[in-house]
Design a protein around this ligand. Sequence first.
Ligand SMILES: NC(=O)c1ccc[n+]([C@@H]2O[C@H](COP(=O)([O-])OP(=O)(O)OC[C@H]3O[C@@H](n4cnc5c(N)ncnc54)[C@H](O)[C@@H]3O)[C@@H](O)[C@H]2O)c1
Ligand SMILES: O=C(O)CC[C@H](C(=O)O)[C@@H](O)C(=O)O
Length: 356
Amino acid sequence: MAARTLRIGLIPGDGIGREVIPAGRRILEALPASFKLKFSFVDLDAGFETFKQTGAALPDKTVDTLKNECDGALFGAVSSPSVKTEGYSSPIVALRKRLALYANVRPVRTVATAKSPVDLVIVRENTEDLYVKEEKTYDGPDGKVAEAIKRITEKASFNIAQMAGDIAVRRQRVRDSGAPSIHKQPLVTVTHKSNVLSQTDGLFRETARKALAQDAYKNVKVEEQIVDSMVYKLFRQPSDYDVIVAPNLYGDILSDGAAALVGSLGLVPSANVGKGFAIGEPCHGSAPDIEGKGIANPIATLRSTALMLEFMNEEAAAAAIYAAVDANLEEGKLLTPDMGGSAKTDEVVEDILKRL
Ligand SMILES: NC(=O)c1ccc[n+]([C@@H]2O[C@H](COP(=O)([O-])OP(=O)(O)OC[C@H]3O[C@@H](n4cnc5c(N)ncnc54)[C@H](O)[C@@H]3O)[C@@H](O)[C@H]2O)c1
Ligand SMILES: O=C(O)CC[C@H](C(=O)O)[C@@H](O)C(=O)O
């Protein structure tokens, strides 16, 4: 069989995004020939630096190249300012919408030998909710008033719940094939706040339930949880959760919280997934506090690279990367400072490449 050639867009962005994305490229280049995969790469711009230089945080060239040339991509992180900056808008949020990457899939897990095991996936809606970013400020009788639209549609809620159901079924298939797991039965937990937001989150809840009632998911247990009590229960008993499906903002917040349960934000990957296209992206941001020190944990990016390969139907290559990363973590000798070690980014990458 001839090797499959895949063209990958690399969008480092800002801060530690520039320090971790090269690790993603290196691990793809280091995949053994037995996987019959070849890669070509194209460097693409986005982020606050790009905005300062060109006036566009997400140049059209980046979007067009991804659409017309690439089979997949890796995105690092961007330094979006916390104050309104005329002309700037988060490029990763824009990219998710422009490429219709409707699902943000975020597996959060410990290694098999962990004392308090966690093995869950947060499936975050990726295009709407408060992230439609339709905001306005005006003067009212009590001073300035700022408003934002929270938009939930039936279509996006249905699609994201189906993605959660499909992932639950796939995870169970892997368990049934003998893979060790802390879970016995597939479970999807629908997260919402429809006790207060009965129309928006109400529509999400009701639609997700409808989607998960389809025959394809008849073996999947479906539960629901209000997002605040979800946080409480997740932090007390994370091993109770298998697949969590959430509207955009709750999914964003839950995934950083869940990262704390497994030791570091620097471990948690994600994939922005659309029909036939996926962008791997570590869950973390540009980490200005450690930028330039060469100590960023590359594991979230390496796992995001594997996750991108999974969505390209290259499960075996993805599994090899996960195994090499797990071997590094299980030995626990070469860890970056966020994990209590003193290793540099490049040393961790070298160690994982050796194990591949
Ligand atoms: N996908 C993205 O582009 C994305 C995601 C989140 C935040 N951001 C942006 O990043 C900037 C910084 O945000 P923040 O500081 O609130 O969050 P952050 O995720 O950048 O950092 C939070 C904390 O986690 C640590 N951390 C994160 N990733 C790490 C890694 N790989 N290795 C070791 N430690 C790591 C940081 O040092 C920091 O202490 C903001 O401008 C925000 O808008 C971008
Ligand atoms: O800072 C940005 O530009 C986007 C941050 C981004 C988000 O979805 O809100 C990040 O928190 C993430 O989880 O991907």
